[in-house]
Write a protein that binds this ligand. Structure first.
Ligand code: CO
Length: 144
């Protein structure tokens, strides 16, 4: 038996959707459905721009590639627009990754990456019934 405990999941932080054109996508999400755009951010490390649309405790993120050869661009090319990943916020990402690894879950990032103080890591769809899953650990000041 393992002494390691299961990760503490706080909430779904965001659902990311790959789009060809953020402005076009906002016609549905913002103007149609009324999920209001908070802001659009350039994410050079991912070669994409991201529109953030808060929905209560969680967000919809619309991700538009800004180059032709990034991971997101290749995804769009291959599968067309659609759901890209779901992000689950955990209390302690390193503990969560260690636990998953112990359970033989295939990780894309064995060590968390960091952006704007947020620690994140991806879990391989092979181990999740086909859904790319991202983990987030927020810094103290960004927690609810
Ligand atoms: Co994400």
């Amino acid at each position: 038996m393992s002494a390691m405990s299961k990760p503490k999941v706080k909430k779904i932080n965001h659902v990311a959707i790959v789009v060809e054109d953020i402005d076009e996508a906002l016609k549905f999400w913002d103007e149609g459905l009324g999920v209001e755009l908070s802001h659009i951010q350039e994410v050079p490390s991912q070669e994409s721009r991201v529109a953030f649309l808060p929905t209560g405790e969680s967000e919809i993120e619309l991700v538009q590639p800004t180059s032709n050869d990034s991971g997101v661009a290749r995804y769009l090319e291959k599968r067309g627009p659609g759901m890209h990943h779901i992000c689950v916020e955990v209390e302690d990402i390193r503990e969560a990754l260690a636990h998953l690894k112990e359970k033989d879950i295939r990780l894309i990032n064995e060590v968390p990456e960091e952006r704007d103080g947020i620690l994140y890591a991806f879990i391989h769809p092979e181990s999740t019934q086909g859904v790319l899953v991202e983990l987030y650990e927020l810094p103290e000041e960004k927690r609810d």
